[in-house]
Design a protein around this ligand. Sequence first.
Ligand code: F6P
Length: 552
Amino acid sequence: MTRLSELPAYNKLRAHRAEIEGLHLREMFAADPQRFSRFSLQLDDLLFDYSKNRITSETVGLLTELAQQADLERWIGRMFGGEAINETEGRAVFHVALRHQANTPMTVAGQDVMPAVRTVQQQMRRFVDALHSGAHLGHTGRKLTTVINIGIGGSDLGPQMVSTALRPYWVEAIDVRFVSNVDGAHITEALRDADPETTLFIVASKTFTTLETLTNAKTARRWLVEGLGSEDAVAKHFVAVSTNLNEVKRFGINPQNMFEFWDWVGGRFSCWSAIGLSIACAVGMEQFEQFLAGAASMDQHFRNAPLEQNIPVLLGLLGIWYTNFFGCEAQAILPYDQYLARFPAYLQQAEMESNGKRTDRQGQQITDYQTAPIIWGEPGTNSQHAFFQLLHQGTRLIPTDFIAAANPSTELHDHHQLLLANFFAQTEALMQGKTAEQVHAELSAAGASPATIAQLTPHRCFPGNRPSTALLFERLTPRSLGRLIALYEHKIFVQGVLWGIYSFDQWGVELGKQLAKRIIGELANDGTVPKHDASTNGQIAHYRRLREPSSR
Ligand code: F6P
């Protein structure tokens, strides 16, 4: 493997970056009437407009050259071929099989996984249909209408984000909630108005050893058994989603109530598996299948489109362009859709847990280029009234992704027009900026004195030339949502390949977990002195002093 920074196209891109330094997007648009059509693509109803990025045709050519030199096409083939490309865990990366539509095999280590995938999908369908029809009732014979998913990380963020996004598709009388944090406040609030007779718990954990999830699941179980007065209630009110049958049994959930998935499904890529059971409970299995089909359409595009017309590839390369050649430290995700409120949080795990790494595939430290940027964002227009000031006039350059549907998910079409007017206005404003001449003319027209004009002009100028990428599609549906998520999943894959890292492990979350386990045993007020650094010891001692006697 040649390091990214040693690829021939990398050096060419560095030189090219210096060459285009002085170019302003405003001028590039003025000089090229074809710029929008040159730098936009359409996949069905999805418009991918990347023309408001600081690129020329040469940039795109060099970036795709870089991707070729990094062997991207071979890596895509390896992923879709079910190869064990997650080498540090010895696993395939095969979430694409979960949404595979054709009647053709998808093999891992010579074995077709599709029969097992279809079996679990059928099991999900039977369960969800029975839940909705009332064929599966609670312990006291009442319908289960509150579904509480207990999981964390990939076993929470994906299902939660998707369920939130598809709120208008929820079947009648279903209420789906999510508990993830080990902070007791989370489950307390989720259970506050819940009725044990009508509550179903989905314990979602790939490993079934995660402290937060097991703690919350035990609390939920106690609440249920106390509420219904019988241990037998667990059978009707608890199901598990996991790869770990033994731990599920150990917890006391009947294996018949377990929905299986497999080690080739990464946690943060698992909403397509039975981890999506809470989504299916919310919207029904037909809509869940539409969600899978939408993702499959992006998989086909990613697998087959040439690099320079491949949306996830281009989105990934744009990120590389800004991270590695402009020194950008962050990437803003700006859905102009309240139903996509959790999408930035979901992408924080998907991108930062995947590509927030400093060791390359040869085990060498990466010292001469950056990997994953900080992912953050909030829905428009709220974000405009919070942090857009920094995007427009701050000292940092922050690339932005603007995401919107042309049609609303509500009846309030007038609201939607205002929302989209803002969507268009903001990408235009970021790109165009406002010159001193424009500010001057505005202030003069408003009758400002020369002194006021001189004083205010620097503050009221916008530099512009701030990059944005727009994703605009017909409507937020299960299908278009599946396609959108798959687009970002593949973007993450592309970037991981180019950065030369393993995107599908997450060793960086282990140290804190290990230390927390050790510290749990040290919190008792038994006179022992914890054996940590002075700061950690001091914090623990202060905590012990402040803690109320009842919790000692
Ligand atoms: O935070 C680390 C992590 O391992 C994530 O990758 C994963 O999504 C999450 O914990 C939950 O893990 P599990 O599904 O095994 O409970």
